[in-house]
Design a protein around this ligand. Structure first.
Ligand code: HEC
Length: 235
């Protein structure tokens, strides 16, 4: 009788323990990597590669709003005192707005619990990969799927901009292959990327945008390069 009770309480303890553990272990890393496509427009897993949102390298067990080098955190996130782990990430990914009101992540949330668990498994795994080696799967995913090549210095001659001239409402952009592309001024954007993945100083690059080929961005290393690079010239 005594033995049975002991056994029962042991089983009960086991059950309670199983429930107390957040469901974080249940996710599938590979499915999570695929689900990360929803995030990759704004987040990379490459350390220091900040986009609309911060790089998520090393996010596991880190205090919210403390990724080094990201300057656009909301006050709400910075002062939330949240630590990122299975439970907090689950609440965040279900509905960022209700978890931390006033935060700046424009994302409606994921209703499917299984998908959240997959993402959490992926984030945990990639965080670990980042501390182990810079070549972790997370790094590659973030680099490949963020909507631009990892390093703008590695683009070919057809993306290297050698000159830009401006006349009336038109930009003529000449590339390293000698081709000149014309853009209506409203369809060409000038951007800067001062990160390690940005273009070399004085070597802006042309990145097509949109499906029809009538839009593009020219990306400079720093904003002060932009105006001096553009020459007014007609004909
Ligand atoms: C539209 C852009 C966008 C999308 C899509 C997006 N995020 Fe974010 N995310 C942000 C921004 C911006 C912040 C910073 C929010 C703030 O400071 O209030 C952020 C913050 C975070 C943080 C907290 C970072 C920290 O340092 O505390 C995590 C974790 C996170 N996002 C995960 C994800 C995941 C996972 C997905 C995909 C399911 C995702 N985000 C989708 C823009 C985005």
């Amino acid at each position: 009788m005594l033995k049975l009770t002991a056994l029962f309480s042991l089983a009960l303890a086991g059950l309670l323990a199983a429930q107390a553990v957040p469901a974080a272990g249940d996710g599938n890393v590979e499915r999570g990597a695929r689900a990360f496509r929803q995030c990759a427009a704004c987040h990379s897993m490459e350390p220091g590669d900040h986009r609309t949102g911060p790089s998520l390298a090393g996010i596991w067990n880190r205090k919210a709003g403390t990724i080094e080098g990201f300057r656009r955190y909301s006050k709400a996130l910075r002062e939330s005192n949240v630590i990122w782990h299975g439970v907090s990430l689950d609440a965040w990914l279900q509905n960022p707005k209700t978890m931390i009101p006033g935060n700046r992540m424009v994302f409606r949330g994921i209703d499917v619990p299984g998908m959240r668990q997959d993402l959490i498994a992926f984030l945990k795994e990639s965080s670990r990969a980042e501390t182990g080696s810079a070549q972790g799967t997370g790094g590659m995913m973030g680099g490949m799927m963020g909507g631009r090549p990892l390093n703008l210095k590695e683009l070919g001659a057809n993306n290297q901009v050698t000159s830009i001239t401006y006349c009336a409402d038109t930009y003529d952009v000449t590339t390293g292959t000698g081709d000149t592309h014309q853009f209506w001024e409203f369809n060409l954007r000038f951007k800067s990327d001062s990160s390690d993945n940005g273009p070399a100083k004085g070597d802006p690059v042309l990145i097509p945008a949109g499906m029809r080929g009538d839009r593009a961005s020219v990306i400079f290393s720093t904003p002060d390069e932009i105006s001096p690079f553009i020459r007014r010239k007609c004909g």
